[in-house]
Design a protein. Structure first.
Length: 85
């Protein structure tokens, strides 16, 4: 295994993956997800953030499970106050 130095960081880098991590990620060649802006309630964000890093991916998994669930309804309007009780 060939070792190289990252002079700015003063680190020994042993793999291509480690070199790429220091250089930053490039563009995704085959994106499987789409970038959207979504407003979520503070309680939802706090809940998922409290589970640690990777919380946006866990929101995605939760939403995909809800979509696959039998009888899932897509609401075209916000819920009424009495429906939230």
């Amino acid at each position: 295994m060939r070792r190289t130095l990252a002079p700015a960081a003063g680190l020994v880098i042993e793999t291509q993956c480690q070199r790429d991590a220091l250089a930053g990620r490039g563009p995704n060649k085959a994106p499987t997800k789409k970038l959207v802006s979504l407003r979520l309630s503070p309680e939802v964000i706090e809940h998922f953030k409290s589970t640690g890093s990777g919380w946006p991916s866990r929101i995605d998994v939760t939403l995909r499970k809800a979509v696959k669930r039998k009888g899932f309804l897509i609401r075209l309007r916000p819920p009424r106050a009495r429906e939230l009780r």
